[in-house]
Design a protein around this ligand. Structure first.
Ligand code: AMP
Length: 296
């Protein structure tokens, strides 16, 4: 695996790959890699001749400076973790990604997809995500980008960007990798205190409750009960919403929707965790049906 920090260098390598008709799979990350990231890289490896993983802690998607400063950075450890699985690790600096003279803004209205859930809670976050991914796709021009279902609203917005801007890259969503008790893997889990970590499966349990009750109870009643379930000591749920998987709009009658997800954000002590579960229409995300959840 080659680690590359300059835009012009990775472009030179990928141009050469394309000359040989090699397909390119791309996995964007912010580093502190874990098995969840690795599942995306493995899928990319399976489906492409070459794999590029990026590690870039994108400042424009952080609405809180402290969060950006605290974000774990461990390039050498990450390199070792994926060395055998990826061909290129692209780890650019901020000035490589956003040179002063280059206008990297993206003219794309995503307001309708950011009006709920992570949108209001993290102003400017998704605009930053769109900006960084547009820039990455412009630099790398991959055949396929691999995104995790873990960030449901994020992959929906990226899908919208690819389609609306008629971009050449296809997108693949990969299932959420979970710990044995159901907690979604995340770089942030390391920051959970042991006593809080021991109870963090409540988030998964609330999602499973929603899945089991869709159609039996009203969506609002399910949301309320799920929020109640997560109101345990040290836990503070921010939202739990049953939404249409394409529009992110609240669902009232499940029969009127093809793809439905329950999405939640919950503070576990000082750590904000997000998770989701598809309640209906999973085959729309995973036509190959190689999904790996629920774990119980
Ligand atoms: P991040 O480094 O948090 O920006 O995540 C990079 C990519 O990995 C995103 O597409 C995430 O959705 C995905 N990802 C993060 N955690 C998981 C997980 N537990 N399972 C599968 N994919 C994940």
């Amino acid at each position: 695996m080659k680690t590359i920090k300059r835009v012009s260098t990775i472009q030179k390598h990928l141009d050469a790959e394309r000359e040989k008709a090699h397909s390119i799979g791309f996995v964007p990350t912010m580093g502190a890699l874990h098995e969840g990231h690795l599942s995306l890289v493995s899928k990319a490896r399976e489906e492409n001749d070459r794999v590029v993983v990026s590690i870039f802690v994108n400042p424009t998607q952080f609405n809180q400076k402290e969060d950006l400063v605290k974000y774990p950075r461990q390039l050498e450890k990450d390199q070792d973790f994926i060395r055998k699985h990826s061909d290129y690790l692209f780890a650019p600096s901020v000035s490589q990604m956003y040179p002063k003279k280059l206008d990297t803004s993206v003219d794309l209205d995503i307001d309708h997809l950011t009006a709920s859930m992570e949108g209001p809670n993290r102003p400017g976050h998704f605009e930053g995500v769109v900006q960084v991914l547009y820039r990455f796709l412009d630099i790398l021009n991959p055949d396929t980008i691999y995104m995790g279902q873990k960030d449901f609203q994020q992959f929906s917005i990226v899908d919208y960007m690819l389609k609306t801007l008629n971009m050449d890259t296809a997108m693949r969503v990969c299932p959420t990798k979970r710990e044995k008790d159901g907690l979604a893997m995340s770089s942030r889990n390391l920051r959970l205190e042991p006593t809080i970590r021991a109870r963090a499966d409540i988030i998964y349990k609330a999602l499973v409750y929603a899945k089991e009750n869709l159609g039996n109870k009203s969506c609002r009643a399910i949301e309320k009960k799920a929020l109640d379930m997560m109101q345990i000591s040290d836990f503070r749920p921010e939202y739990f919403e049953i939404v249409d998987g394409y529009t992110m709009a609240r669902v009232t009658n499940p029969q009127h929707h093809e793809l439905i997800a329950a999405c939640t954000a919950c503070w576990a002590g000082e750590v904000r965790l997000i998770d989701n579960m598809v309640l209906k229409g999973e085959s729309r995300l995973y036509p190959d049906a190689d999904k790996e959840f629920p774990v119980k």
